[in-house]
Design a protein around this ligand. Structure first.
Ligand code: IPD
Ligand code: CA
Length: 160
């Protein structure tokens, strides 16, 4: 009985040791793919990856392309995420549309899951709903936000 208990412990030890080896290999490989994901048009914040491929389109086009790729339009939820999105936009020197609109509730900007936004970085004087037709949100290369007509063409910037 004592002997079989011991061999069971040894079996578990060798299994743990094998798992440790596999985990180490996985971590190294993951670090490599983090570099791939962020070169050249990406940034990570925690587990979030923000990425562009340089494409430009209107809001619906960009939204669809992010979902098609398995992500969604970039939606910075705090200053660190906004900083990452800003840096990606700055790489291309182009404004990008965020995953935020007031299309359903004019005057109240919401995330694409219909929840009201809890973080914003509006440029002074924005959102101003210029000509009553600005329901999307662009982020400038300086990180500030402006409400803008959804039909304008902006940089594709997705989060994964
Ligand atoms: C507008 C201005 C305005 C901003 C609007 C823009 P436009 O640009 O930059 O400050 O609030 O969103 O549409 O139409 O005068 O080129
Ligand atoms: Ca505006």
């Amino acid at each position: 009985k004592g002997d079989s208990g011991l061999s069971e412990v040894n079996l578990l030890k060798s299994k743990v040791s094998a798992l440790e080896g596999q985990l180490k290999a996985l971590q190294a490989n993951f670090a490599k793919y983090q570099k791939v994901a962020t070169f050249p048009g990406g940034r990570t914040v925690g587990n979030k990856v923000f990425k562009t491929n340089g494409y430009e389109g209107n809001f619906e086009d960009l939204k669809q392309k992010c979902v098609q790729a398995g992500g969604q339009l970039a939606t910075p939820r705090n200053a660190a995420e906004n900083d990452a999105v800003q840096k990606v936009a700055a790489l291309y020197n182009k404004s990008a549309f965020l995953g935020i609109t007031d299309l359903k509730t004019k005057g109240t900007f919401k995330y694409l899951n219909d929840q009201p936004i809890t973080y914003s970085n509006w440029l002074q004087g924005e959102p101003n709903n210029n000509q009553g037709n600005e329901n999307c949100v662009e982020i400038f290369t300086n990180g500030k936000w402006n409400d803008r007509a959804c039909g304008e063409k902006r940089l594709l910037l997705c989060e994964f």
